[in-house]
Design a protein around this ligand. Structure first.
Ligand code: DON
Length: 536
């Protein structure tokens, strides 16, 4: 079992960010205050994914049952166009959607944190951001994993940025090295003193635009001034006796999650057994169909109509599974879909429950590790490469191997489709679980498997997040598995049914909180990273 606390808990990707969250709760902040403070802290101590230059999604469930979901996803700049990453023959140009200034979407995080705080926070913002400013100013020690991650991205950051930065101040980082970022501290101080305007207007905005101009990027002062986060209606579905509350489009994550859960409801997963062929087959076939829908139908709901309610209905999913064959794999139609890059996880999720029972589930991202590799000169923060989440051309897979359609084509001001699935689960109107994960296309899978592990296989939160995972996303038509995720016998059974396998790097980094029957909280911090839980 994971760490257990009586009433309040923070689980995040970094021990220092977790500590900041707990200290805010102890000062009387609610779960949203803690979430905002954790997000600011992650921007400093987890610069590979924590951010001010990216975007995210937040699901808040108040103790009284009210749900709020906030979309602070990045948007395409006004000067973006559908074929901006293609050459004259319609072929993608190098890694243009992933590296450098063109890859950057207009950041949403700072506006998102202020929106969440304005509506639901209680403590002053200056108190919530100060720990991050202090960490940036005084420095903190890199973990071994962080040093390794930064080393592996140094060449990208050097190539993409037009100015030196703290990240490139050494040619090799080691565990224990101190990362101090006075420039980032000053950026955060401007935000503390001027509010969201300290980022979207004034000096920070000017530094971002100057960086864009030096590097051939598209973002203008007008793009920054015009960015707005959006409160959206959640996607809500039931799974057995649970209510699953998750993020609506522009994320596909919630819809894919509920579709897969619906497909599983019809079978007794507990009796077919954890990680046994029959169970895996059903989950894979559900994912195959859900991801096919994603590719064809999903995009920014402000640009394309999305039949969300229908997609997550039991009737639709029953119809979708009608051709399910319990004995054979259904081959995905052949297209030239590429392999998702086997990389470590570069988004970050955190889960928080406060002593009143308010819950926050938040996933935030730069997309790739260190995003576009562009560090804003003199402002000390990394910009995202979220533009790659658009479908840059039909049948051209993105870095997660995801293909898409016109629904997710680039257009000015449009939000790129996400897979992030911050989720809160209730049972009988009571909080049951808070969870989410990084991992691009594998996010809904990781959330799905963690939830099923708890609900159907009776695991503790810690066991559920630690258990090895497998993933299928329609195309490519292969089950991705973590090392030793499936026994040789079950693998063989699945191969005979027509499935194929590929072993890949760890899938997901789920940070979950489970409410135990006696009301105490159990942490599920993913052992795949530095993730840490704390509470009281
Ligand atoms: O929004 C999305 O789906 C992606 N930009 C998330 C990226 C991610 O999880 C990176 N981790 N591997």
């Amino acid at each position: 079992m994971g760490m257990v606390t009586d009433s309040a808990m923070v689980v995040s990707a970094h021990p220092l960010a977790t500590a900041v969250g707990v200290s805010i709760l102890q000062k009387g902040g609610n779960a949203v205050d803690a979430a905002v403070a954790v997000h600011w802290a992650l921007a400093v101590v987890a610069p590979w994914a924590g951010n001010v230059g990216g975007g995210g999604l937040m699901v808040v469930r108040s103790a009284n049952g009210t749900v709020h979901t906030l979309d602070f996803r990045e948007i395409a700049p006004a000067a973006a166009w559908q074929d901006m990453f293609l050459d004259g023959e319609g072929r993608p140009v190098g890694r243009l959607s992933l590296l450098g200034h063109r890859a950057v979407g207009v950041p949403g995080s700072v506006a998102g944190l202020f929106a969440a705080h304005d509506s639901l926070g209680e403590l002053p913002m200056s108190l919530l951001i100060q720990p991050a400013i202090d960490l940036a100013e005084h420095g903190f020690s890199l973990t071994a994993l962080e040093a390794k991650e930064l080393n592996s991205k140094l060449a990208n950051i050097r190539a993409a940025s037009t100015r030196p930065s703290i990240y490139t101040s050494r040619s090799f980082w080691e565990a224990g090295d101190s990362l101090r970022s006075p420039e980032l501290a000053r950026t955060l101080a401007r935000i503390r003193d001027e509010g969201a305007a300290g980022f979207y207007h004034g000096l920070t905005a000017e530094l971002i635009v100057a960086e864009m101009q030096r590097g051939g990027g598209l973002i203008t002062l007008k793009d920054l001034a015009g960015y707005r986060p959006i409160w959206r209606s959640p996607i809500v579905g039931t799974y057995r006796d649970l209510e699953v509350i998750t993020m609506a489009p522009p994320s596909s994550g919630g819809i894919v999650l509920i579709q897969a859960l619906k497909a599983l409801e019809g079978m007794n997963v507990r009796s077919t057994g954890w990680q046994k062929a029959a169970t895996i087959h059903r989950m894979v076939e559900a994912e195959r169909r859900a991801f096919a829908d994603r590719a064809e139908l999903l995009g920014d709901p402000d640009f394309v109509p999305i039949p969300a309610e229908r997609l997550v209905s039991a009737a639709y999913m029953a119809q979708r599974m009608a051709d399910f064959d319990a004995t054979k794999a259904t081959p995905s139609v052949q297209v030239h879909a590429g392999d998702p890059l086997a990389e470590s996880e570069h988004t970050t999720h955190f889960s928080i429950v406060d002593e009143d029972g308010n819950a926050v589930s938040c996933t935030t991202t730069l997309n790739g590790s260190y995003g576009s590799g562009v560090v804003v000169g003199e402002a000390g923060f990394v910009l995202n490469n979220e533009m790659d989440d658009f479908t840059i051309a039909t049948n051209t897979p993105n870095r997660f191997g995801l293909v898409g359609s016109a629904a997710n084509a680039i257009a000015p001001g449009k939000r790129m489709l996400s897979s992030m699935a911050p989720t809160v689960v209730t049972r009988g109107g009571e909080l049951f679980m808070v969870l989410g994960s990084p991992g691009g296309a594998t996010i809904p899978t990781s959330v799905l498997q963690t939830l099923v592990n708890v609900v159907d296989h009776g695991m503790s939160a810690k066991q559920a997040v630690s258990a090895p995972r497998f993933h299928h996303q329609w195309k490519p038509d292969t089950i991705r598995v973590e090392q030793n995720a499936i026994t040789p016998d079950d693998s063989l059974t699945l191969v005979r049914m027509g499935h194929s396998f590929k072993v890949r790097a760890p899938i997901g980094r789920v940070d979950a909180i489970l409410v135990l029957p006696d009301g105490r909280l159990e942490a599920g911090s993913d052992p795949r990273g530095d993730d840490a839980a704390a509470g009281y």
